[in-house]
Design a protein around this ligand. Sequence first.
Ligand code: ZN
Ligand code: MN
Length: 147
Amino acid sequence: MKAGDSLKHFTAGMKMTPQRMAILEFLEGNLDHPSADDVYRAVSARYPTMSCATVYNTLETLRKRGGLLELSIDPLRKRFDPNPKPHNHLICTVCRKIVDVHIDYRVELPAETAADFEITGNHIEFYGVCPECKQKAATGNRPEDNG
Ligand code: ZN
Ligand code: MN
């Protein structure tokens, strides 16, 4: 599948309520790797009747259908990625921002180390400090200067 394939391709037969449409719209092309809470907060601003359960159920349904990746890279909360194409990630250890890395590293597990597994994929996590957090650290977190 090409990048930019729509999440709508994964909704065949799903009952599409306005709430679910709003969740899909928020996720479509989203590069921020939001948590369920992030999705709930963003979408309930427009749909005050949105429930957490609707968000969780919709995310789980899309995940099972292969439209969303669930990332365990953030130890504090599950994060979701609407780009199901295999790729790697960078995470900021300060603010937990997650950024895509699209380089095919061709990591291969030699047969003698694969314990007879049929390998179906891999995922590389890079840890670091993002430019914003680096900047904050450099300025010592002090309140903004007045110029
Ligand atoms: Zn950061
Ligand atoms: Mn990603």
